[in-house]
Design a protein around this ligand. Sequence first.
Ligand SMILES: [Zn+2]
Length: 91
Amino acid sequence: MEFEIIRPNIGEPTDIIECQLCELSYNLDEYRILLDLGKLGYFFNEELGFSCHSCLFQIGKKMLKLSGKDEYRLLIKEGDKLQSLLFNKDA
Ligand SMILES: [Zn+2]
């Protein structure tokens, strides 16, 4: 499953970004600060929409369970860079 990290420069500083799973929301100016501090990230997936980093972890755990495998990777895209977030049974 692939997600794209949301950069805070996608709109006006007063625009609101909201996690569609837990409804955690910030304006983009606040989000920029939190992202810089490494406190928060928002991610986008075509099926699931916007999600915050803690929901992203829940999704990873759930996908691992559903896959029935020992490990599962979420792919995180940032511009041209692709990172993966590994979830495994023992973690
Ligand atoms: Zn959330």
